[in-house]
Design a binder for this molecule. Structure first.
Ligand code: S3P
Length: 176
């Protein structure tokens, strides 16, 4: 692994990718990017508006283009949208251009963290817990496929999670 290897965070909505990614970047003095925020900046509208205007398919195209662009760089910390792993090209890019951490968090915790958020269109449904369960069943194998390290997110608060990830990262760095 190169010292300039990107660190990429994957996991379901509410798993803490943005919070933990930002803290990690600060600790490592690296630039931080969040693919959703980057898409919003490029489009000038919120994610939910992109879903309204272009559907999920349109959003996924923008997401793939944004992730490909961001991973042209090196030495960044990148928090990806929860559905980014659905696209095999994104998975390939992540594996090739990053050290990938899966934040594995139980559905009940994800639900508590996301229940008041209007900007996650996939969760604006009658039964968001059932939706999260279904997303987890579909995506957990994909997160594991790309991950170099799986963190049990339920057992760690953000700052502990960052310590744990950094410890693993340093172990990988020194065993090169
Ligand atoms: C999505 C997750 C969201 C965002 C979009 C779709 C998903 O990102 O990309 O609403 O399919 O899980 P976060 O995981 O950052 O909430």
């Amino acid at each position: 692994m190169e010292i300039s290897q990107n660190i990429i965070l994957v996991g379901l909505m509410g798993s803490g990718k943005t919070t933990i990614g930002r803290l990690l970047a600060r600790r490592l003095e690296r630039p931080f990017y969040d693919s959703d925020q980057e898409i919003e900046q490029r489009c000038g509208v919120r994610v939910r508006t992109i879903f309204d205007l272009e559907g999920e398919a349109g959003f996924r195209q923008r997401e793939a283009a944004t992730i490909a662009d961001l991973l042209k760089g090196s030495g960044i910390v990148l928090a990806t949208g929860g559905g980014a792993v659905l696209n095999p090209c994104n998975r390939e890019q992540m594996k090739r251009h990053g050290w990938v951490v899966y934040l594995d968090v139980p559905v009940r915790v994800l639900y508590e963290r996301t229940r008041n958020d209007q900007n996650r269109p996939l969760l604006q449904v009658a039964d968001p817990i059932a939706k999260l369960e279904a997303l987890r069943a579909e995506r957990d194998p994909l997160y594991r496929e790309v991950a170099d390290f799986v963190l049990d997110g339920a057992r760690h608060h953000s700052s502990n999670a960052v310590q744990r990830i950094l410890k693993e990262w340093e172990t990988c760095e020194t065993s090169k």
